[in-house]
Design a protein around this ligand. Sequence first.
Ligand SMILES: NC(=O)C1=CN([C@@H]2O[C@H](COP(=O)(O)OP(=O)(O)OC[C@H]3O[C@@H](n4cnc5c(N)ncnc54)[C@H](OP(=O)(O)O)[C@@H]3O)[C@@H](O)[C@H]2O)C=CC1
Ligand SMILES: O=C(O)C1=N[C@H](C(=O)O)C[C@H](O)C1
Length: 254
Amino acid sequence: MGREVVRALARDDGLRVVGAVDPHGLGADAGVLAGLDPLGVTVSGDLEEVLRETKPEVMVDFTSPTVVASNARTAIRAGVHPVIGTTGMSNEDLADLRRLCAETGVGGFVAPNFAVGAVLMMKFAEMAAKFMPAVEIIELHHDQKADAPSGTAIKTAEMISNARGEYRQPSVTKVLKLDGVRGGNYDGGIRIHSVRLPGLVAHQEVIFGGLGQTLSIRHDSISRESFMPGVLLAVRRVIGLREMVVGLENLIFE
Ligand SMILES: NC(=O)C1=CN([C@@H]2O[C@H](COP(=O)(O)OP(=O)(O)OC[C@H]3O[C@@H](n4cnc5c(N)ncnc54)[C@H](OP(=O)(O)O)[C@@H]3O)[C@@H](O)[C@H]2O)C=CC1
Ligand SMILES: O=C(O)C1=N[C@H](C(=O)O)C[C@H](O)C1
């Protein structure tokens, strides 16, 4: 994602990459690593130093659940607006970042999925849940993905759970011949199944069941370019935010 973001930012006339941080590729040119001509931006391992020396307006974070919150705190304290795509951040860390944004007036933005089709898939699933509350989610990703279930699947389950209210999905299958065969159990009985295979990018199917019928809502990111318009929109808009905003729907459905 880092390379994809560098490519998207470098190709945008109104935006400029001024720094790049990653434990790998130290000393290399970020443009060259992203398959472009040199950008004159050297990859560093020290976020604080990069923020201090390059004074960016925005920091885009696609890293890992273990470091994302501390990166965001570092950025906000330096007056830099974070745009966060990394999934797997705890609710406590998110609440803490909200507090820090509110205290400092430095707005930030987090989205579990920057693809507009995925945002629509989640919205449609939320709408369907009011009428067809029995549902399971299958998310499918490339085999290098560090976390499961995906942030998108968790967000979808949360939206469905809120939309269908008190409904509790019955579970009559008691004889489980393999561990985990019924998937992970999100609050209220929404089962999430995570598939990891080479060849996949990022996909999700939400299957609703009703009397004599099913409804499947599916989104496929067939390339990581799918996330870039959302990332660029967030980079432009986060500068005007004074709080932490969560979800691309808040930028595109206003
Ligand atoms: N919101 C969205 O639309 C999308 C979100 N994602 C999410 O983005 C995240 C990254 O995905 P992806 O690019 O595939 O993952 P990768 O593991 O390929 O890349 C993450 C990179 O960040 C590096 N890293 C680790 N710690 C730091 C740090 N402190 N500072 C800077 N870089 C660091 C990692 O190094 P190392 O390998 O040494 O840990 C690695 O090179 C995941 O959480 C994924 O779920 C992905 C696609 C879309
Ligand atoms: O790791 C990925 O690839 C993706 N992660 C995000 C998630 O966990 O939902 C978004 C998208 O699914 C791609």
